[in-house]
Design a protein around this ligand. Structure first.
Ligand code: ZN
Length: 124
């Protein structure tokens, strides 16, 4: 009998989905840039306000995407180093079910809870 728990295939699926997310973000930002160049050709004053609002919103999205990209890259480099799925605090393996739900998780559940408790204590 073979154990199928925590074998390579689950991690492979996670890696594939990270690669997908990465290319989605890159494609979206490419579209965003071509939209921007079309928008900058309109010179109507009323439009300018809407345009500014829209571009502020896009920049926010853009920054969030950039942040996600950094996290995705970090996770992918862990795959390369064979350290993906290892808790950054206690170095125990993170539950694969947790990784499936949150592929960018860097802490195991107990370390995450510890950190949350710490944050709550600091805020009070
Ligand atoms: Zn841990």
């Amino acid at each position: 009998m073979k154990h199928t728990e925590n074998n390579g295939s689950d991690l492979d699926l996670i890696k594939q989905s990270l690669l997908m997310q990465k290319s989605e973000i890159l494609n979206k930002n490419f579209e965003f840039k071509s939209q921007q160049s079309t928008l900058s050709k309109t010179s109507d004053e009323a439009d300018a306000v809407t345009q500014e609002l829209a571009s502020n919103l896009s920049i926010q999205l853009h920054e969030r995407d950039r942040h996600s990209l950094v996290l995705i890259e970090k996770a992918l480099s862990k795959f390369a180093n064979d350290t993906y799925g290892m808790c950054e605090a206690c170095e125990d393996p993170i539950d694969v079910r947790r990784l499936k739900a949150r592929p960018l998780a860097t802490l195991c559940i107990s370390c995450m809870e510890d950190q949350e408790t710490l944050q709550k204590t600091t805020l009070q």
